[in-house]
Design a protein. Structure first.
Length: 255
């Protein structure tokens, strides 16, 4: 019994840490809104939470989040917006594309399939991208917010003693990391860390890559392979035919 309670406590702590980190990262990859600078400083995950991952991976996450904290210290909303536009532009970025299909969908039919699969993950939990969001379902912001949502859902299930529900939610997170954000996110993060035009976005990229690598290792996930560089933009795919599940009142995806 003691061992079981200790295990559940560890699972709850890890779910809390994952929720905090993924929520933070979903914010930094969305287009900056007024008040974001202060929100990011307030919600910057504690470096101590990184110890819930393992060994060198935990040290990498801790170093990365501390670097982000240093860059955010005196940042203003205006600077955040300026640096975001400098990095990604106002259209799809050629150098730092924050979309999954730019890292492996070299054929329009494959891109359509990938977008449909991401939408299916969202839809399985009654979620969809809110009309007017202005981003495709495979944007880093939305995929990270979805993993945040799953971590919160798992945490709530654990707190209610619903261990089977918590495990099903964690399995969904494992599947999404394996097939989607855990597959291409580290590559995107590394490219930012090496080539982004500002130290802030370099730090964001390093944190994204470190967290995803730590998380897939901790959860026992082996992600698929993707291109080491963004692939050329394929012709525009046909629109994904989605059902009409419940709309979400968060910034993108939510419960």
């Amino acid at each position: 019994m003691t061992a079981t309670l200790a295990h559940l406590a560890l699972e709850s702590d890890l779910a809390f840490a994952r929720a905090a980190y993924y929520r933070f990262l979903s914010r930094v990859f969305a287009y900056p809104r007024p008040g974001l600078a202060e929100i990011l400083r307030e919600e910057l995950p504690s470096a101590a939470l990184s110890q819930l991952w393992e060994d060198a991976a935990a040290a990498d996450v801790q170093a990365a989040v501390e670097a982000v904290g240093r860059e955010l210290r005196d940042m203003t909303d205006e600077q955040l917006e300026s640096l975001h536009v400098m990095t990604y532009g106002h259209t799809i970025s050629e150098t730092f594309p924050p979309h999954e299909t730019r890292y492996g969908s070299s054929h329009p039919f494959q891109e359509t399939q990938d977008l449909a699969d991401v939408s299916a993950f969202y839809g399985a939990f009654g979620l969809r991208v809110r009309p007017g969001t202005g981003e495709r379902v495979d944007h880093a912001w939305l995929e990270l917010e979805f993993v945040h949502f799953l971590a919160v859902k798992q945490l709530l299930a654990l707190e209610r003693g619903e261990t089977e529900g918590a495990e099903r939610t964690l399995e969904a997170a494992r599947g999404f990391l394996k097939d989607h954000i855990g597959r291409w996110g580290p590559v995107f993060g590394e490219i930012l860390a090496k080539k982004a035009p500002s130290p802030l976005h370099q730090a964001y990229g390093a944190l994204l890559a470190a967290l995803l690598r730590a998380d897939v290792k901790r959860l026992g996930v082996t992600p698929g392979q993707v291109s080491a560089e963004p692939v050329p933009i394929p012709p525009e795919p046909q629109a994904v035919d989605e059902d009409d599940p419940e709309e979400i009142e968060s910034s993108g995806c939510g419960a």
